[in-house]
Each structure stands twice: as C-alpha cells, then as structure tokens.
Design a protein around this ligand. Structure first.
Ligand SMILES: *[C@@H]1O[C@H](CO)[C@@H](O)[C@H](O)[C@H]1NC(C)=O
Ligand SMILES: *[C@@H]1O[C@H](CO)[C@@H](O)[C@H](O)[C@H]1NC(C)=O
Ligand SMILES: *[C@@H]1O[C@H](CO)[C@@H](O)[C@H](O)[C@H]1NC(C)=O
Ligand SMILES: *[C@@H]1O[C@H](CO)[C@@H](O)[C@H](O)[C@H]1NC(C)=O
Ligand SMILES: *[C@@H]1O[C@H](CO)[C@@H](O)[C@H](O)[C@H]1NC(C)=O
Ligand SMILES: *[C@@H]1O[C@H](CO)[C@@H](O)[C@H](O)[C@H]1NC(C)=O
Ligand SMILES: *[C@@H]1O[C@H](CO)[C@@H](O)[C@H](O)[C@H]1NC(C)=O
Length: 695
C-alpha cells in the first residue's frame, strides 16, 4: 500500500466535478446530484455496523479490532456524546483493547461509485489514524481522512468518480498508541449526498481547490469553495491560528499578526503569521513574521507567543514585543517565558533584536505564567508602559512595567512597577493577554482567564501606578471570543480584534478541510451609558457589501417572516419595543427543516439568547445576555453572518459571538418569528450580501 499525504490524495479524481472559479482556474466544488447518479453501486457489507459486530469486515493485523469494537453510544472511553451516529451502532478503535492498541481493519470489496461518504470521529493524526480507500488491483491508497479531535461524528464526502466501476475497499488504520478513530454509516452513490430532502455540505480534504499551484489562485477563489470557511473574516488557508497579535496601523496600513501553526490545524510551535489591510476590512497575506526557534524538532513546542506592535518614535520602525516561550522539557535550564523584541523597517521582514530577551525573568509576584506583553502609551506619565499576564498561584494578575531607556531604545529597556491588578481567585489563577488603555476619561483592562477561558474587561481609573476598577464584565457574551487585542488607529479610534473561537470547545469541524481559527471583524470600542465597555463593527464593514441591500422597511411580523436565503450576509434590524406586543421574537439563522441557530429576545426581561442546540456539527449550547433598556425604545441588532460564524452587535454595546457548522446545504434560511400570536414591529429589516475580505 503506498501512502502519500492526504492533501495529495485528495487531488485525485476531482476533475469530473470541477467547476470554474472567478479567476478562471478550476476547483472542486460540490458534486451535483446528476453526477452522483452516473455510476452507483452498493457499498461495503455492514456499512453502518448495525449488526453490532465486525460482520463483513476483516481484521488485517493488530489488536485494536475485535468483538468490542462496535458500540451503541455512551461509552466511558469516548466521553459523554452525543456522537451523531446513524442508527444505533458505530465503530471506534479504542473500545476493544484501549487507546494504546494498534491495528488495521478492512471492508469487503465493492465497486467504487461516482461519490461516497461516511461519518468520522476521534483524533487528528493524518499519518497514524485514518479511514482510507484502497484500489484493490494495486493496493494504492486513493484517499485518506483523519478526524478532528472530537468524538462527535462528521460526514466526509469523497468524489470517487475517477475510480467508478473499479474494485475498492475501505481501511480503518490505527498505528497510534495515543489516539483512536471512529467510523460509521458508509454510503455510496446519491445516498452519499442526501439525508431525505437535505444535501450534506461537502466536507473533507477533497474540498480544496485542485490547482497544482495553489499560489496561482487568488485567495478569494481558494477560500470560496469551502463551506466551513468565513468569507469576510480572516482565516488561515491551511493550519491553525489563535490570538490576534501586534495590531497596529503603521505606514497607513492596518497590520494583523496571528499566533499560527502552518504545519497542522492544531496548536503547536507558534509562528506569527501576518496580514495587512488598507481599509481595516480587506486583507492581504504577507510572509510569516516570526518563526519558532527550534523548527527542526516538531515535538519541541518552543515558540513566539502573543505580543504587541509599536511604532518606534525615533526610527519609525515597526517593533514587535512578544513572549519567547521555551519548552523546558527540551531546554531544562531555560526560563520558560521571557519578553523579546523584533523590528522591521519595511513592515514585512523582521529581525530579532540581538539583545533579546528584554525582560529576562518574571517578577517575584509571578509564579504561574508570564506572557503576552502589551505595550501602550501612558498619557498620565508621558511614557511607554507594558502589561504582562501572570498569576501568583492564588489568582490571576497583571504585571506593570515602564520604559526606562533613552528615546531610541526606549522600547527595549523596562523597569518593573508592580502588580497593576489582581483578582480574588474566582476568575482563575492565571490571566493571559492583558491589554490596558484609556478611553475618554476611563481606563480599560482586558484579560483572559486561563482555565474557564472567559475574556473579561474591567473599566476604572488609573493615576500612573494604581488602577481602581469600577465595572467588571465579559467582553463578549457568546461562547466564541478569547484573547482580544486592542489598538488605536490613525483616526484615534479604539479598535479591537478577538479570536472567534475558544479553548473550551473540542469542536473544530473545519479541521477536515485543513484549517482552524477565525479572527473577528474589526470592532470599535466605547464606554456604554452604564459605564461598561461597548463595541460595534467598524463603519468600514459596509465596504464588504457585494451587492445592494434588501430593505424591508417598516414591517409588522406576525407568525413567521422569511427574510432571505444566504449564509454570507449582514442583517440589521431595529425593533420598535413600544409598538410590539409579542412576549418574544426569534431570529433563525443557518436554518433548514433539519437544523438552525436561533436568537431569542424576551421583551419582559430584555434577555437575548443564542441557541445552538440543533445547529449542526459545532458546539451545542445556549448563551444569554441582558440588554440595557434603550432610551428611545428601539432595540437595534447588527448581525454578521459568515458561513460558520455569527457576530451579534446590539445597540447598547453588547456583543455575542458564536461559531456554527451546519450539516446541510439547505441550511441558509433567515427567518423571524413573532411569538404568542402577537406582533413584533420592526422599523426596518435590512439584509446586505457580503463579499470576500481577500484583496
Ligand atoms: C499493520 O499493517 C500496516 C500496513 O502494513 C502497518 O503499517 C502496521 O504497522 C501494522 N500494524 C500492526 C499492529 O502490525
Ligand atoms: C506558482 O505560481 C506563482 C505565482 O504565479 C509563481 O511565482 C510560481 O513560480 C509558480 N510555481 C510553480 C511550481 O509553478
Ligand atoms: C535545531 O536547531 C537549533 C537552533 O537552530 C540548534 O541549536 C539545534 O542544535 C538543532 N538541533 C538539531 C538536532 O539539529
Ligand atoms: C513541552 O513538550 C512536552 C513534550 O512534547 C509537552 O508534553 C508539553 O506540553 C510542552 N509544554 C509546553 C508548555 O508547550
Ligand atoms: C468553559 O468551560 C467551563 C467549564 O465547563 C465553564 O465554566 C465556562 O463558562 C466555559 N467558558 C465559556 C466561555 O463558555
Ligand atoms: C496613585 O494612587 C495610589 C493609591 O491611591 C497612591 O498610593 C499613589 O501615590 C498615586 N500615584 C500618583 C502618581 O498619584
Ligand atoms: C428571561 O425570560 C425568559 C422567558 O421567560 C427566560 O427563559 C429567561 O431565563 C429570563 N432571563 C433572565 C435573565 O431572567
């Protein structure tokens, strides 16, 4: 059996289904129904393991497979589910002989149809854990697919038209002693694409453009074919991103850096990827800015963690100040987290400062981590200051430094001031990604609670050394926001980008397409009427419109009102609270007969709830925020819908962000329902189609 990389395998056999992208190149898009009908043959025996055993399948080698490999569901080895199996039974490779067992299982031989699909779950490890399709005549591996580090099963679709009519079989391969893989519901022919009236979204590595030279495709084209991929939010084409870092407007352009692993859609040795924008909403990728120190050892997680960017006032250079993290398993005498710097005169190429580190050790009040330096100008003292995230073993804290150097090196020489702020232990024992900045006559502190992974803000006052907190709140009331970074642009706006994901969830379905992680739209910050921190999308978001808005004008909604059918749009609605007499209204997004995400507003207690309990493959839950009573009796909602992300901005400054991964192509309805047979009165409902963020 020849084993090549999954990405290469994926490029085989797509041409019959290829379609032409905007720039004239071809890409695999969605297999169409008539093409699935072209060649249809029965699949392997016992395709959904409903016999409750391995009937029809053959153990090739190893001890991973046997009588206990097939399960009905909630098994302690697999956690709590739901697993989304079809029927009752499914296969998993850790049930027979534990996680350490290895082995190979093969299906009966069957003739390849034009298309096939199956459900997969378990660990991500393309080399050691995969479901493969093998051509019987020469034993070559035609396709392979690993899982996403999630037990819940996800449907993968393979375009097998290039092999249609030939004898093939499936293999389930587990050569990992630390992970497992699960399989269920193998389908062939048109059944592979449909669940009753609903058509599966086409997920899997075969959903990548087929061009041999991907760099020759425009980013917009490469990004368009993936149904899990936001179109007007920043994502990596392949690999993983987490924290936004180094936000700055420098040389007129907006710069966004990201914690980045190009090797896999998983966290790993951290690089800094880099993109720039002329208008704060359209992006162009630039070369990687920072590379981890020991890339020759892929097990060594030493990397360049989050930090900030500043314009050097003397040289005009773009200076990065970040955490150099060293894995002490491989470097036992190293200090695990220090502050370092890198500089660029052209905004593209960065040189590490020869005097690194610039802060060589954590202060005594820091015993649980010391990372994510954020440099800011302090107008109360007329000097540069820096906050660093930390904890003392009992509570998270924020460490404050001030610059000491003569002006040309002022960003390289720091003196410890003290603990700027600490918690009472209820918000975690380590705080990450602190940011500290003035807005109006207040100061705002951000930090992320390591363990629990909530992003907090506090608003208060600051006199140069002491911060007095007056108001505490969540930066975002949805589940998917963390590691928010602030900056001031040339227009003097306080802006922020938040990672619209969270460590809390194991659900990263886009991993089947090779990538994970999304950054929010640029958000403008302000102090709310109640003294809390508010946010709204920057006005440049309107530049992303790809066509004219549909404006419904004043609308009295009784029952259900269909607003549109799209998964890439901006929905703006204003409700006349005084004229409405319904107890509640619901906005459904990504909706079909099978699934939807709902946003419910209750008039009496002003609660707004996002509900993803039946939204698809992503995390299932409900999240609630209480909206301030508006002075003009108008509730305004500005909702950014982008294939797998929803950002809700309410008029009072509340933001709620959630990732959703619909299963079906039909799940694009946007509808509003007024509850209790009563009316909800809208001043206006505006739906704007949105285009690509890629220049
Ligand atoms: C089973 O066979 C495969 C393919 O030859 C091999 O990679 C794997 O190591 C074998 N596993 C065991 C447990 O012998
Ligand atoms: C791929 O395309 C880029 C941009 O058009 C070009 O510079 C490069 O030489 C091409 N590489 C190959 C291997 O064709
Ligand atoms: C890996 O690279 C680092 C830094 O470049 C070097 O110090 C180290 O000796 C290298 N290790 C190996 C095994 O090549
Ligand atoms: C350091 O490397 C070890 C072994 O690969 C790994 O288990 C550990 O999580 C790493 N530590 C950090 C902080 O990345
Ligand atoms: C993350 O999970 C913890 C533990 O279940 C929970 O307390 C916390 O609220 C979650 N955080 C978010 C942002 O959902
Ligand atoms: C700031 O406030 C603290 C606490 O009240 C006080 O000890 C300190 O002297 C003040 N610093 C300045 C520069 O006013
Ligand atoms: C608001 O009212 C709704 C409907 O009665 C209820 O489900 C929800 O829990 C309430 N929220 C708060 C914060 O009281």
């Amino acid at each position: 059996m020849t084993k090549t990389t999954p990405y290469k395998n994926a490029l085989v056999g797509l041409l019959s289904l290829a379609s032409v992208l905007p720039d004239g190149t071809t890409a695999s898009v969605l297999p169409r129904t008539q093409e699935c009908q072209r060649q249809q043959y029965p699949g392997p025996k016992n395709p959904s393991f409903e016999t409750g055993d391995l009937s029809g399948w053959t153990v090739v080698n190893g001890t991973a497979f046997g009588k206990s490999s097939v399960t009905t569901a909630a098994s302690s080895q697999l956690g709590s589910g739901p697993f989304n199996q079809v029927g009752k039974q499914f296969l998993s490779t850790n049930l027979q002989d534990g996680e350490a067992a290895t082995g190979t299982l093969r299906s009966s031989t069957f003739k390849a149809s034009s298309v096939m699909s199956f459900l997969i779950g378990g660990n991500y490890d393309p080399a050691n854990l995969y479901v493969g399709l093998v051509l019987e005549k020469d034993g070559s591996l035609l396709f392979s697919q690993t899982a996403t580090n999630d037990e819940a099963l996800i449907r993968i679709v393979w375009d097998t038209s290039a092999y249609a009519g030939q004898n093939v079989y499936l293999v389930v391969v587990d050569t990992s002693t630390t992970g497992h893989i699960s399989l269920d519901d193998v389908r062939t022919g048109c059944d592979a694409l449909k669940d009753g009236p609903h058509t599966f979204n086409i997920l899997g590595q075969s959903n990548q453009p087929t061009s041999k030279n991907l760099t020759a495709l425009s980013a917009a084209s490469r990004y368009a074919v993936d149904p899990t991929r936001p179109q007007y939010h920043y994502t990596p084409y392949q690999g993983w991103i987490n924290d936004p870092a180094g936000l700055i407007q420098w040389g007129g352009k907006y710069h966004l850096f990201n914690q980045y692993n190009p090797v896999a859609p998983l966290w790993g040795p951290m690089y800094w990827s880099h993109a720039e924008s002329t208008d704060a909403v359209h992006w162009r990728d630039l070369p990687v800015a920072l590379t981890p120190p020991y890339v020759n050892n892929t097990q060594d997680t030493s990397g360049r963690y989050t930090g900030s960017a500043v314009k050097n006032q003397d040289t005009g250079a773009l200076q990065l100040i970040y955490t150099d993290a060293t894995n002490v398993t491989y470097h036992p005498h190293a200090v695990p987290e220090v502050v370092s710097s890198a500089v660029s005169s052209d905004g593209i190429h960065f040189d590490l400062y020869s005097g690194n580190p610039i802060v060589a050790e954590a202060p005594p009040t820091s015993s649980a981590g010391f990372r994510d330096p954020k440099v800011f100008w302090d107008p109360t003292a007329n000097n540069w200051k820096m906050v660093v995230g930390s904890g003392d073993g009992h509570t998270g804290n924020v460490q404050l430094y001030k610059s000491t150097g003569p002006s040309s090196s002022e960003l390289l020489s720091w003196e410890y001031v003290g603990v700027l702020h600490q918690g009472d232990g209820s918000r975690g024992i380590m705080w990450e990604c602190p940011n500290f900045f003035p807005i109006d006559d207040k100061w705002v502190l951000f930090y992320g609670q390591d363990k629990g992974f909530k992003g907090w803000y506090e608003v208060g006052s600051f006199n140069g050394t002491t911060f007095v907190s007056e108001k505490l709140g969540l930066f975002d009331s949805g589940p998917d926001s963390y590691a928010t970074q602030w900056f001031v642009d040339d227009a003097g706006r306080n802006l922020a980008v938040t990672w619209i994901n969270n460590w809390n969830t194991t659900k990263w379905p886009s991993r089947v397409n090779g990538w994970a992680g999304t950054q929010s739209i640029m958000r403008e910050l302000f102090i709310r009427e109640d003294g809390g921190l508010g946010q709204k999308p920057v006005e440049e978001v309107s530049l992303l419109a790809s066509g004219p808005a549909k404006s419904l004008g004043q609308t009295d909604v009784f029952g259900t009102y269909e607003v549109g059918f799209t998964d890439t749009a901006r929905l703006q609605a204003t409700v006349d609270l005084a004229a409405s007499d319904a107890p509640a209204f619901t906005i459904e997004l990504f909706a079909s007969g099978a699934e939807s995400t709902s946003l419910v507003y209750n008039f009496a207690n002003r609660s707004l709830t996002i509900d993803t309990m039946n939204a698809g493959y992503g995390q299932a839950g409900t999240w609630e925020a209480t909206i301030a009573k508006p002075a003009d009796n108008r509730l305004s909602l500005d909702i950014l819908i982008d294939r797998s992300s929803i950002e809700v901005f309410v008029g009072d400054g509340t933001a709620m962000t959630v990732r959703v991964f619909p299963r079906y192509q039909e799940s694009k309805n946007i509808r509003i329902t007024s509850d209790g047979g009563k009316k909800t009165v809208f001043d206006d409902i505006v739906l704007t189609p949105m285009g690509s963020a890629w220049e």
